[in-house]
Design a protein around this ligand. Structure first.
Ligand SMILES: Nc1ncnc2c1ncn2[C@@H]1O[C@H](COP(=O)(O)OP(=O)(O)O)[C@@H](O)[C@H]1O
Ligand SMILES: [Mg+2]
Length: 330
């Protein structure tokens, strides 16, 4: 089968005037190489389609039978839907979730509102849409986290994003608008353990794991899995599988994951982030329907290795999940 890989590569240099973390979601050549070799290893022919406008030229020219999609898109809140939308328009089957699910999950506010409506606990939150709203903004908890509503990969999120007063919050919000000019989500800080859940499959779940992300240098009550921590993860955190948390907490997280996965119509693979309070009650933070697949640094592969899976098995399970949905015999 001819499989195209769609992806966005991190450019070597950040263009003038852009924040230094603006391409944090994008992949390195290492990831694309690893995917290419792995998929070729399954006996397929692989073509590299890239992302953005040139993806359109390439897919029209190459006409692959299937697209393995890890493209994040660029610019708008609907960016993750760009590549899958083109595949749908051309009736080319592709891996991962559809544009609707990808776009809903990218907007952290909308996704939290869905979670709440399904009875899933999520930290109390408010949105600051623009700079003008900062002046009269009130929040009932002084200890909170400020993040960009429609970003991922901890773009705009540093350890200093955990603030402890309204004045600090307003100062930080001002800074974020000056740097990114994008809507902000303010959330109550939940200070217990951090747990991420990974799932591969659909009706037939092939992989379901939980991993604790435990800070090496900070207390949980001071910790954020922020950009500087993610970039320096070997020194900053320890990954614990299975997590050292009560059975009932694990069950509650798994129930929340399955409910959201089904309700939003997520497909093939995803990662879900949670924080626990001091009584081990889980609070849902966000969904990553295109979780990183870097064989060395991404959370989903790290979790899967600790559960005895190899990189090839992770990719095979994602591919097979997608093939099964379409009734494709790989
Ligand atoms: N309300 C919160 N309470 C405690 N920690 C939080 C909260 N929101 C975010 N964090 C921390 O910040 C990290 C990144 O936030 P997240 O919502 O997962 O966004 P991203 O898309 O950038 O990964 C989380 O993994 C967690 O460590
Ligand atoms: Mg996250």
């Amino acid at each position: 089968m001819k499989i195209g890989i769609s992806f966005d590569l991190k450019p070597e240099n950040i263009p003038e005037g852009f924040p230094e973390d603006i391409y944090e979601e994008f992949d390195s050549e290492k990831v694309v190489d690893a995917l290419k070799k792995t998929i070729e290893g399954f006996g397929h022919e692989v073509s590299l389609l890239g992302g953005g406008k040139s993806f359109i030229d390439k897919i029209l020219k190459e006409r692959p039978d299937f697209v393995f999609n890890i493209a994040e898109g660029f610019g708008t809140r609907s960016r993750e839907g760009h590549v899958p939308s083109v595949c749908e328009m051309l009736s080319i089957p592709y891996s991962g979730s559809d544009p609707l699910a990808l776009n809903i999950t990218l907007d952290k506010e909308i996704c939290k509102r869905f979670a709440k409506s399904l009875g899933i606990k999520t930290p109390f939150f408010k949105v600051i849409k623009n700079k003008k709203e900062i002046k009269n903004f009130k929040f009932k908890y002084s200890l909170c986290v400020l993040k960009l509503k429609d970003e991922g990969s901890s773009i705009g999120l540093r350890l200093s994003s955990r603030v402890n007063s309204l004045s600090e919050l307003k100062e930080k919000a001002e800074e974020l608008f000056n740097k990114y000019n994008k809507p902000l989500l303010v959330e109550k800080f939940i200070g217990g353990k951090e747990i991420t859940a990974g799932i591969i499959g659909n009706e037939n779940i092939k992989f379901f794991g939980l991993m604790e992300i435990s800070p090496k240098k900070l207390k949980n009550s001071e910790f954020l899995y922020s950009l500087e921590v993610k970039r320096n993860f070997k020194e900053e955190v320890e990954y614990i599988v299975p997590p050292d948390i009560p059975e009932r907490t694990q069950e509650e997280i798994k129930r929340a994951v399955l409910k959201l996965f089904k309700f939003l119509g997520l497909r093939d693979f995803s990662r879900f982030d949670f924080r626990l309070d001091e009584n081990y009650n889980p609070y849902f933070l966000e969904i990553n329907p295109l979780p990183g697949l870097n064989p060395e640094t991404s959370d989903l592969p790290i979790m899967a290795y600790k559960m005895g899976f190899k990189y090839e098995e992770i990719i095979k399970n994602i591919l097979e999940s997608a093939f099964e949905r379409y009734g494709i015999k790989g």
